[in-house]
Design a protein around this ligand. Structure first.
Ligand code: GLU
Length: 497
């Protein structure tokens, strides 16, 4: 298979530092990472900042933060170090220049003096670069250079024949050389293009498998020819399918948009997953399951299990629509499977960010009520923030919240006041005891359970949606619950203003 004996597996993620991390890039990185981890190899981060105009300061920090959050550890890279650094391309310019010159000396590349006007003319006449400087003699080229004419270095791509490459996901891929241009390797400012830089780096960083987005597949024959011209053993290649918009049309957009049927905005940048209250384990599971599957219809699996199973050959070559509808479901699975302490630890900062002062013991009592109800961590705030608010400041909600469906103000007041002695008389204020007593009360009064329980819920929480009424009242305690029911009764008795 795809591992050469004696060569450790080394994969890399090579983003351009153009701002926030897009989830499509992270998904590509993830497959390279899973592959490296499966084989006990190394995963390298390299920053491809040769297009300086597009570089955005702070991008590296955001990349490192996203990886740390997801738990994707990096063996070598900027800030991390490693034997093959520096890992930022703008710090390696001399190396690219050396190899570009070497290719010119070997007759595999040439200096091209085309001016921007010449290039514009070629474009206007419908063709690409017409190779007009390809066959200059060395003396002619030296002469132009001596006159101070700026030039780029272009690769001499064979003009006919075919180039065949192996792709670990697609098998053999065959290209007609005539389709390819003499690509620029080194720009006139001495900066390399991607075509040269990534090859020089993949070679010097001993990358064994290039796992990159399928957008690069059309350039693969060019890269094969450059590797061969340099006389280096090629790594193996896997061109990864990309994420499409949720409707299956077009590559997943960089901007946050409202794709989902319910109009909810869809996270596409790494930090948006954090901000929206998703768990990193769920996001890892979600991303791993796009275009790759566990093999036995299982949809919930740990990263460790995915590492054990992962094979590039099993990646589906087709691009996948972004299955965003799955994410909430997956996240809720992870929330349900968390331990109480773990979930409490994750919910605490969310509540604190919403301005609540969180008592740990109370939070640990509330968490079991939330586990089956939360889809994201952020939902804790509207659902259960009231537990952590200042209880003394609690006010009865407006009557439209207090009064349940098919009930009126007088009926609600009757139900609530009738509940008071029942709750006061309970030996024990457990939710089980409350439930049986209140169910009996509902039966005796002819109301439905939902009407009675809903009235109590609204009275004690101030909301229509909350954890179950009696569990909630158990945590609030008898005195506080009764106080709140009395406040609701006062509110109902006040004449509507
Ligand atoms: N800098 C390239 C990009 O961001 C890297 C492609 C690769 O992985 O080789 O698309």
């Amino acid at each position: 298979m795809s591992i050469r004996p004696g060569n450790p597996v080394r994969t890399r993620y090579a983003p351009s530092p153009t701002g926030p991390q897009h989830i499509g890039g992270i998904r590509s990185a993830l497959f390279g990472w899973l592959f490296a981890r499966h084989h006990g190899g190394q995963f390298i981060l390299r920053i491809e900042d040769t297009d300086q105009k597009r570089s955005v300061p702070g991008s590296l920090e955001r990349i490192l933060e996203s990886f740390a959050w997801l738990g994707m550890d990096i063996d070598e890279g900027p800030r991390i170090g490693g034997e093959y650094g520096p890992y930022i391309q703008s710090e390696r310019l001399e190396l690219y220049q050396t190899w570009a010159k070497w290719l010119v000396e070997k007759g595999q590349a040439y200096k091209c003096f085309a001016t921007s006007e010449e290039l514009a003319e070629m474009r206007a006449s419908g063709g690409g670069y017409d190779r007009r400087y390809r066959d200059l003699s060395t003396a002619q080229a030296d002469n132009l250079e001596a006159q101070g004419k700026p030039y780029v270095i272009r690769f001499k791509m064979p003009r006919s024949g075919q180039t065949t490459g192996v792709d670990l996901i697609r098998g053999d891929v065959v290209f007609d050389n005539a389709q390819l241009q003499d690509a620029v390797l080194l720009k006139s400012d001495g900066f390399p293009t991607y075509h040269l830089a990534h090859i020089v780096d993949d070679y010097h960083m001993k990358i064994s498998h290039v796992t990159r987005a399928v957008e690069w597949l059309p350039s693969y024959p060019l890269h094969i020819r450059i590797w061969e011209a340099l006389g280096w053993d090629k790594p193996q290649f896997a061109h990864l399918p990309v994420l499409l918009n949720p409707n299956g049309k077009g590559k997943l957009s960089k901007r946050k948009q409202q794709f989902a049927a319910d109009g909810k905005s869809v996270p596409v940048l790494a930090h948006e997953f954090i901000d929206a209250g998703y768990l990193p384990e769920a996001v890892m599971n979600f991303l791993t399951n796009i275009g790759w599957n566990f093999g036995d219809n299982r949809e919930v699996f740990s990263t460790a299990a995915a590492i054990e199973r992962f094979k590039l050959e099993a990646v589906n070559p087709a691009n996948s629509a972004y299955p965003i509808a799955k994410l909430d479901w997956l996240n809720s699975q992870y929330i349900q499977d968390s331990t109480v302490d773990d979930l409490a630890r994750r919910l605490k900062p969310v509540l604190e960010a919403a301005g609540y002062a969180v008592d740990d013991d109370r939070l640990r009592r509330v968490v079991p009520l939330l586990q089956v109800r939360l889809k994201t961590l952020n939902e804790v705030v509207p659902m259960a923030g009231f537990f952590f608010a200042d209880w003394e400041a609690f006010e009865a909600p407006p009557t439209e919240i207090l009064i349940q469906r098919k009930m009126d103000s007088a009926g609600t007041a009757a139900v609530l006041s009738g509940s008071l002695p029942v709750l006061e008389d309970l030996d024990e204020f457990s939710h089980e005891a409350q439930y049986s007593a209140m169910a009996a009360y509902a039966k005796a009064t002819g109301y439905k359970n939902g009407q009675v329980f809903g009235s109590l819920r609204a009275a004690v929480t101030g909301q229509r949606v909350s954890p179950p009424t009696f569990e909630t009242m158990e945590i609030l305690g008898r005195a506080e619950s009764i106080r709140r029911i009395e406040l609701a009764l006062q509110a109902l008795r006040q004449p509507a203003s």
